[in-house]
Design a protein around this ligand. Structure first.
Ligand SMILES: Nc1ncnc2c1ncn2[C@@H]1O[C@H](COP(=O)(O)OP(=O)(O)OP(=O)(O)O)[C@@H](O)[C@H]1O
Length: 618
């Protein structure tokens, strides 16, 4: 597995230009027709604004300057005609571009979320979830504004600048030459300031993402936070982060404001000069009053558009920063990919697992293998308990069986096929996992048990719940199975959550069952119910159980003792006790867990009481 770059976060380059926005064009392509219509509307709207200059010229020269009766009326009529055309065009432009902005951002949101879902679990170890959430929410919201309105404003301003300059040249080439000569004096400071605004924009977005990530972390662990009275520290840290974000934003705002005011001062100063020169020309008879009025109109139009452009440039670059971050996510390739030609598992499956010479290190610690040369075989329908000290690699084996990671050496075969030759979906559909701390989603019990199996009847869900001993408490809820169980719903006990997870697994009718027993002791009644549910679940299927209870260990066909990523021993409970190895030590330790430590027990590094052993007291 190639090593992943440390973190998308720390290596993020600053957006220096608008290229990332251009790369989003791929998302606009499906809506070419509307883009074309919007462009036409944009052109007409800009054209009609420019036409106002001519209306003003006519108004001044023939309406006000001549005695011809009706000239003023005609001028007003043409003015109103231009207003009508312009308002229709503005309506079209505004609606179409906003529509495009919303549509494109909705598509981007979907694409990014779909990509994130496809990424391997390793990605989420190197990237904070808050960071990903911030990209999906804050960055897409920013992009929505940029694509929907800022871009339209920028295009409009660009057209007005270009058209305005053209009309200036048509009206008075001499004055235009003067204006153009003075332009660099405006553009150079604008460019310099704009460059700094861009860099600060990106920095301020990054600080905001930090704030989001921190909130996510604290809220997820709110119970721990409060239990350890960690609030003052979190308050301080959060305040620091918010202040950092504010400092970055303040600096950006300061420079943006400076940029805007500089542009204004320079352009309007220049207009004053133009007025003075133009006045001289009119006095000398080289220009009519109408021409000077039109010239001034165009000059003001160009100046305000340049001002507008400089303001929206900062926003556009913020959008470029946002799209860069979104494209970064879109460009992430999952490390776990289906093979080009996936092989199909036999149907119905057999449930034979062979692990050969398995060596695996997590991407975060490539030099520190968690499993080393592990080899074992599990027969179809066999129930196997995995036992061993904490950190031995038991959960890691589950992760590899689900192909969340690929091993560096050796491999795992299910029904004779290497996991890497299977489509991960095909593999995972054959496996069900009951984790130590099952997740309950924001939905009712029906949904929580069904979890993705759309075409399963309510009756089947109920049967699964029955087999998992879950109806007993679900029926007692206010709306029975229809009760909302997730966040802000009912709080379920550990044993109840486990039974929901067991029902979920029963409904899937998996070939292979992975069960991570809860380490926390359940009360005797819950324990009995969970055990009964598990027995039903394990019937006739290959089951691997990370066992913490003696009751479980006694019922399995075979116990595998894992120690430091290797198979240390295997056999039945009595055999392993007789062998008096690591298993016997762990088991004895557990027998006496609630009492004082057995003084006859040899205490070694592996059996320190502080260390969580593999088997809980029965
Ligand atoms: N995502 C990860 N990245 C890096 N190291 C990890 C990761 N998950 C686990 N480890 C390390 O791998 C080793 C084995 O962990 P694993 O969770 O498989 O142990 P375990 O036998 O299941 O322990 P326990 O009974 O406490 O759950 C530990 O040293 C742990 O620190």
């Amino acid at each position: 597995m190639p090593p992943r770059p440390p973190s998308a976060d720390s290596q993020r380059p600053l957006s220096r230009n608008l290229i990332p926005l251009v790369r989003l064009l791929a998302f606009v392509r499906p809506y070419r027709g509307r883009v074309l219509l919007a462009a036409v509307a944009l052109l007409i709207a800009a054209g009609s604004v420019l036409a106002f200059g001519q209306v003003i010229r006519t108004l001044v020269d023939s309406g006000l300057g001549s005695e011809a009766p009706g000239a003023l009326d005609r001028a007003l009529l043409s003015f109103l005609a231009v207003v009508l055309v312009m308002s229709l065009a503005v309506f079209g432009r505004s609606f179409l571009l906003n529509w495009l902005g919303e549509r494109v951002v909705a598509d981007i949101r979907r694409a990014v979320f779909e990509r994130v879902l496809a990424l391997d679990v390793g990605f989420f170890e190197t990237t904070r979830t808050g960071e990903v959430i911030s990209r999906l929410t804050a960055d897409t919201a920013l992009l929505q504004v940029v694509v929907g309105s800022t871009l339209a404003m920028a295009l409009r301003a660009l057209l007005l600048v270009a058209g305005g300059i053209l009309m200036l040249a048509v009206t008075s080439p001499k004055l235009t030459a003067l204006v153009l000569l003075g332009t660099p004096a405006i553009l150079v400071p604008v460019w310099l300031l704009g460059h700094r605004v861009r860099r600060l924009s990106r920095a301020s977005q990054d600080r905001l993402a930090d704030v989001g990530a921190y909130v996510d972390e604290v809220l997820h662990g709110i119970r721990t936070v409060q239990a350890f009275c960690h609030e003052p520290i979190d308050r301080r840290r959060y305040r620091d982060r918010v202040e950092q974000a504010f400092a970055a934003a303040r600096q950006r705002s300061l420079l943006s404001a400076l940029l805007a005011s500089t542009v204004m001062a320079l352009t309007f100063g220049a207009i004053g000069l133009v007025l003075w020169f133009g006045g001289q020309e009119v006095l000398a008879g080289n220009m009519t009053g109408g021409e000077l009025s039109a010239f001034l109109f165009y000059a003001l139009l160009v100046a305000s558009s340049v001002g507008g452009l400089s303001e929206v440039t900062a926003e556009l670059l913020r959008g470029a920063g946002a799209s860069e971050r979104l494209l970064e996510l879109l460009g992430q390739e999952p490390q776990i990919q289906p093979p080009r030609e996936p092989r199909a598992l036999p149907s119905p499956g057999i449930g034979r697992i062979e692990i050969r010479d398995l060596t695996f290190a997590y991407p975060a610690h490539p030099d520190n293998p968690v499993l080393e040369g592990l080899s074992l075989g599990i027969a179809p329908g066999e129930k196997v308990a995995l036992v061993g000290p904490s950190g031995a690699g038991k959960s890691t084996l589950f992760q590899l069986l689900l192909r969340f990671y690929d091993p560096q050496q050796g491999g795992i075969r299910l029904d004779g096929l290497d996991l890497r030759d299977l489509h991960p979906t095909d593999l995972r559909q054959r496996i069900a996992i009951v984790p130590q701390d099952p997740v309950i989603f924001g939905a009712d019990a029906w949904e929580n048990i069904r979890y993705g199996l759309a075409d399963v009847s309510d009756d089947a869900v109920r049967q699964a719940a029955e087999a998992a001993q879950a109806t007993e408490f679900l029926d007692r809820l206010p709306q029975g199975f229809g009760t909302f169980l997730g966040e802000r719903g009912v709080r379920l006990s550990g044993g109840q959550r486990q039974r929901i997870a067991i029902a979920r697994a029963i409904l899937r009718d998996p070939l292979v069952l992975l069960l991570d027993e809860a380490t926390s002791a359940l009360d005797a009644e819950s324990e009995r119910l969970v055990q009964r549910a598990l027995e039903t679940l394990m019937e006739c299927r290959t089951s691997l159980i990370i066992a913490h209870r003696l009751a479980t260990v006694r019922k399995v066909d075979r116990i595998l003792v894992i120690d430091r990523g290797r198979l240390a021993a295997s056999g039945r409970h009595d055999e392993l006790m007789a062998a008096d190895g690591l298993y016997a030590r762990l088991a004895r330790l557990q027998f006496h867990a609630d009492q004082e430590l057995d003084p006859r027990l040899p205490i070694t590094a592996e059996t320190q009481p502080s260390e969580k052993a593999g088997i809980e007291a029965a």
